[in-house]
Design a protein around this ligand. Structure first.
Ligand code: MN
Length: 231
């Protein structure tokens, strides 16, 4: 096949214990999946069905990279998240079978232009410009689920310049990984290469140039992101 110009390279994430990388297809994200975070955003938690937004796959940022302070915002936020890597296609997947579609897990940071998000939200407009901007999806090395099990006691943790900002256990998620995959697959077909950000606990907050932001989940590979000046 001949193209008018060189297509973009495939975006991919490293995998623990593998020489081959995980190539990306789509990035899905769940909104409002920890009760304390819903409260800090100004809402009362209720068990409404999970809702999703997306990021472009070329928004991917690898562990250790610098992210320039993005345009359009004066309130650039971190969101520590568990990321699920999908390894098997499916649609209308029942909750009981949903974990069969998981390839592995990674640590993520759903970088957010919070002031833009609030302005869009207040006008009832789509969230895209607050979530789906360049270099907004930090994802670390994937650990295959066969190698490492997660539990409700598994801790998710984020610090900025060694100050703890977010610290929670996975059991405080409103919707479990299996329930999220089942709900997502009711709306779209999921395929290998999909990543699903599963929401952030309380404690989201601003990042400024010079900050070093580290996210970790027990048993998974941590990620560190340096915030650079606005370009
Ligand atoms: Mn998020």
């Amino acid at each position: 096949m001949d193209y008018l110009f060189d297509p973009l390279p495939i975006q991919s994430v490293a995998v623990e214990g593998e020489s081959h990388r995980f190539p990306l297809r789509r990035i899905f994200c769940v909104g409002r999946n920890y009760a304390d975070h819903i409260r800090e955003m100004g809402f009362q938690p209720e068990r409404e069905p999970p809702f999703f937004f997306t990021k472009p796959i070329d928004a991917l940022v690898q562990d250790g990279e610098t992210v320039a302070y993005p345009p359009l915002t004066e309130n650039f936020h971190h969101e520590a998240e568990l990321v699920v890597a999908i390894g098997k296609p499916g649609a209308d997947i029942p909750v009981e079978r949903a974990l069969d579609h998981v390839y592995g897990y990674a640590v993520g940071n759903d970088l957010t232009r919070r002031d833009v998000q609030f302005a869009l939200r207040d006008r009832g407009r789509p969230w895209d410009w607050s979530k789906a901007f360049d270099r907004s999806a930090v994802v670390g090395t994937i650990t295959p689920s066969q190698r490492r099990a997660l539990s409700g006691e598994t801790r998710i943790h984020l610090s900025v310049n060694d100050e703890v900002r977010q610290d929670a256990t996975l059991k405080t998620m409103i919707w479990s990984v299996a329930e999220i995959i089942a709900a997502l697959s009711n709306s779209v077909t999921i395929r290998p290469g999909d990543l699903v950000f599963t929401g952030t606990p309380a404690g989201v907050g601003p990042l400024t140039p010079g900050d070093i932001c580290t996210v970790s989940i027990d048993g998974l590979h941590p990620i560190t992101t340096v915030i650079g000046p606005r370009e």
